[in-house]
Design a protein around this ligand. Sequence first.
Ligand SMILES: *Cc1c(COP(=O)(O)O)cnc(C)c1O
Length: 404
Amino acid sequence: MFKINENYLKLPGSYLFSTIAKKVAAYQEANPDKRIIRLGIGDVTLPIAPAIVEAIHKAADEMGHAETFHGYAPDLGYAFLRETIAEKDYKAWGCPIDADEIFVSDGAKSDSGNIQEIFSQDSRIALCDPVYPVYLDSNVMAGRTGEYDAATGRWSNVIYMPCTAENHFVPELPKERPDLIYLCVPNNPTGTALTRDQLKAWVDYANQEGCVILYDAAYEAYISEEDVPHSIFEIPGARTCAIEFRSFSKKAGFTGVRLGFTVVPKDLKCGDVMLHSLWARRHGTKFNGAPYIEQRAGMAVYSEEGNRQVMEQVAYYKRNARTIYDGLKEAGYTVFGGINSPYVWLKTGDMTSWDFFDYLLENASVVGTPGSGFGPSGEGYFRLTGFGTYENTVEAVERIKRLK
Ligand SMILES: *Cc1c(COP(=O)(O)O)cnc(C)c1O
């Protein structure tokens, strides 16, 4: 009889979004007259910007003519896109990154989930708690995380870095030495970012201890504060210790288009071996390149017109987040995030995250996401997102204020 990868059975079911959907459906059925406002969504809602749609149409037409048809894309991405990324996302910000250090992909979820494959089986991982669940789950599947303790919600072989109001959501350097450190900045779900000095402390630590930082910058476009770097490669020394993931999803609404990229500097080595070579080999073997049409769409994000349009969308979501942040603060809540992020993170007071979910749904018909779904240290917190419409956001905030 064949055998399965038993590690998959260790994954505690992720009931977060299905439980939310069930609770919301039950509430709507019992209260058919109530208009529910969903601020739990982690997906964008605005349509693709016109300059990008135009580029998609043009690329689609090219695919229909023998002279301009494109088959398999180069594994690592078309030079036109890699060179543009190197120029506009890195050189323009003072980051010493070359086009051939950029690997174009179908998104940051695949890359941040797959990157663990190029590291040793016995690598120890360190994670922010709470955080985007992909980093942990991909390591569980690979068999690196030890055993799960349902009582504490923790794995025996994971170094947790709690990020709570007490430490201003800034992860502290771990007491035990990890091999791989996952950082998600600005953070999903807490909406908080790291300053240049805070990030520098991590780069220095990683270089000194021989760790690799796996840096997920999916929300880079939302950064407003001067002192918050847009890339880890703005920090001197990052070329020898960091890999960075970027996505077009939250910046340009590509959640359904699918495009992202990963930066692996050639200076990042284990002995003589460049991680760049391993990731190139992995990409070439298991990935057949992001589609031509999508890479053309990505190019349009960097055009003058396209950039202006997507940054207007980002500003729209940020205004929503700010509206939630200010409104809830006025209503007496302790709130975080919302400045360098589309996410607002709030304290649920004397309620658990799930009790607060029920309270908000039943009394305000507003849906959010319980913080405990993102890790044990998310208990007692709640996430609201700026990805709804402005009108719904204002209305939701008014309803929450009336509860007080
Ligand atoms: C949404 C999200 C992603 C997913 O990015 P894709 O490019 O759509 O795969 C990655 N990382 C974080 C932290 C996210 O919140």
